[in-house]
Design a protein around this ligand. Sequence first.
Ligand SMILES: [Zn+2]
Length: 444
Amino acid sequence: MKFYTLGGCDEAGRNMMAFEIGEEIIICDMGLQLSNLVLYNDAVDSMSLDEMIEKNIVADPKQIMDKKDKVKAIVVSHAHLDHVGAVQYMASLFNCPIYGTPFTIEVLKVLMKSARSVKEPLRNKFIKVNVNSSFTLPSGIEVEFVNVTHSIPQAAMIAMHTPEGVILYANDFKFDNRPALGQRTNYDRLKELNEEGIKLLVVDSVRSNLKRKTLSEIVVKEMLRDVFIETDIVNTQAVLITTFASHITRLKSIMELTAELNRKLVFLGRSISKYCKAARNAGIIDFKEKGVVIAESPSEVNKWLDMVNKNKKEYIVVCTGHQGEPNAVLSRIAEGRTPFELKEDDKVIFSSEVIPTQVNIEARQILDAKLETFRCKIFKDIHVSGHASREDHRDLLNMIKPQNICPVHGHVRLKEGMIELAEEFGYKRGENLWVLPDHEVKEF
Ligand SMILES: [Zn+2]
C-alpha cells in the first residue's frame, strides 16, 4: 500500500491525499488553500488548472498523474472548501465517480454553478453515500463513511478496508458528545475497526497542541445566549452576527435564539445562501421554510440592510465576513458601502475565530480597526472549534490503536501536539509515526 501526500500535510488547507492499494488508487479530498484563493478572488475562474497549482491554490497531483487510470474513486470527507473546493477544478483529470455524504454532494453541486464550471461541466458522476454506510470498489475494497462530529453536517472518517488492514482517514473531526444537530461520533464502529486492525491512521492534528478537550457546540449556543439575549443591560439596537457560512448547526442555534427575542432573522451573503441551499436539498434543514430571509446578491443585501437600518430592533442579521474578507457583507458595512449605519448601541458578534494565516490575521486587523471607529459593541470569539484537541486525540488513539500514525492538516509546528501524544503512547518517529511533508510517497 502506498500513501501519496499531495496536499494538506505541510499546511492547513488544500487537503488531497491518495492511497494506492493493489491496482486501485483512492483519492481522499480535493481542497483549496483558501488564504491563497482570496488573494486572487474572481480571477480564479479564468485561471488554468496549472496556474492554480503554481499559485498554491490547489494541490499538485503530479505524483499520481502517470497512473491516473488507476484512480477509481474520489472520496470527500466533508464539505469544507479546504477539503472539497478543488473538486470543480480538478476532478475531471480522473475518470471516476466522486463519493460523499448527501450534504457534501449537495454543496459540490451548488459550487458547480460558478461561471467556470458551467463552461466546463465535470464528467465525473456524483454518488451519495450516507454516513455509517459504505460502497465497494471493483477490486472488492470496501470504503466506509464513519459518522463523526465536526463543524459542518454529515462529516465522516473514511475507512478503507484493504487486505492489509484498515486505512482510516480522519481529517477533520472533533468529539462532540452533545451535538446541536446530527448524531454523536460512531464510537462503537471505531472500536469495531480496532478489532479488524487499523494499519494506518491519517489524522487531522491542527489543534493537537491544545491540551484540553474541544467543547461541544451546545456550549456555543449558551455563549451566544449570553451575548445575544442576556447581555442587554443597555438598550441594544441592531444585532449583527458573523459566522462560518457552512456552519449549519451554528445558524440553527442562532435561529432558535432569535425566536426567543421575537425579531426577524435575516441571512446576508452569497456563501451563506449557498450552504443553506445545500442543507435544504440534503433534507437537513430548510431555513426559508422556517421564516428566515436569505439574501444573496449585493442589491438584495443592500435592500435588506436598508430595511434593518430603519427598524433596527426588529431584526437579527447574520452576515458573511468574519475573517475580514474585503468584499464580504461585514466589510462593506464597516466601509459605509451599504445603506446600514453602525451606531454605538449596535452589537457586532463574531461567532468565529480567526483562521491563523497571515492573510486572515491582517484582514481581521483592518476590519476590527474600522469597526472600532463606530464605537459599537463588539463581541469576539463566541465560538468553539470543530477540530479535535489533545484529549480528543487521546480518546481516538485509545479506541482504535492504529499500527501507524500520520498526523496531517497543518505545518509541523501545528502537528507537534499529535507527535508528542503519539510518542507518549509509545510510537516512534520513522518506525510507526510518520511526519510527512507534501509530495511524499510512503509505502506501508
Ligand atoms: Zn473541516
